[in-house]
Design a protein around this ligand. Sequence first.
Ligand code: C5P
Length: 382
Amino acid sequence: MSAAPAPGPGRIVREAPAKLNLTLAVIRRRADGYHALHSVMVPLKLADTISVSIVEASSPPGDTLALSGLHLPNTGDNLVLRAIAMARAAVAQTWPGAPAVPPPLAAELVKLVPVAAGLGGGSSDAASAVDAALEAWDATLSIERAMAVAAALGSDVPFFLAGGAARISGRGEFVDPLPDLKGRQPAVLLVTPRVALSTREVFQAFSLGARPLRTEAAQEISEQLAADMTAGLRGADLLERAADLASSNDLLAASVSVVPTLLPFRRALARLLALPVGQSGSGPTCWTLYPSLAAARKAARVVEAAVANGSLPEIGHGSPFVAATTILCRRAASASEASERPSAGADSTAGSARGRKHGHLVPNGGHNVVASVGESVEQDGR
Ligand code: C5P
């Protein structure tokens, strides 16, 4: 495991948390080919760490990205570099030195969240990169512009830029913040088989008919969860509805149609842990909920032992990624802000300050700082 970069002079460090879809309802296919969703998403303490610093004049021009941690296939097309480039273009018009643009950045990414896993790792890195770049340049961007940049980077990026639990709608660009769960935050066991699942392929399979038997069930559960969290749901209450949540991902059948071995894997995991097993996003990450991190860690050891003795089928290329973590609440995130240096990892107690403080994202026209763009701003009557 790689160490998180130290802040150092001029180095901006951000955590980029993974996300969990507690629910994921696919409402319909849109004219633009994307799917309209209703999802309740929460950030996790499991996080990548991203840091950026301004490249000195003597260095070669252009943004650079150094990677460590989990293996990533291709650095050239990493979303972090695209995010920095898009943030630069967005602030260029108001940059004091125009026509000069904000200077190149040297970015470092410590990857701890598996990629193509349904955990939003790449999207979170991109959101953190936008936020860190703005701070490095001491530049500001309205929330609306920042959210538009985020949506252009990917459907999950606006959620991460907003920070915190949220109800997601549209293709992901409408982010309505939800209060943190009250009391102790539930712990989560993540088990990610080593099969990369392309989100595009899974949505395609859904379009071609790989759908749940009972349509609208996931949407009902998702809407109820969002309403209950708005009213003030406790972490313990979430555990009680784990079975409903685990069944409320409309992409389950589509993921299995793309990777059929996921079905026996998930069934074996549910038998092993004697708990409902959910899927995050388009998969393949499986999740189970626990009342404490200690309980999730114990379950992680059970899974690792079952992989070692062959009672849990190995699918894809090697043993699954197994991590015990907890849901990240805003309170924990701002506590880590004070500690200045975030530590990365599944068991980390630190959280991202990004998206919660919004020092470099300024509200426009009196909108709430954590506003979503477009439709839901209107819905809120703002
Ligand atoms: O936006 P992002 O690049 O993450 O999406 C990857 C692919 O997943 C899209 O090209 C699209 O095919 C599919 N998708 C979708 N509906 C969504 C989000 C993603 O169909 N809401």
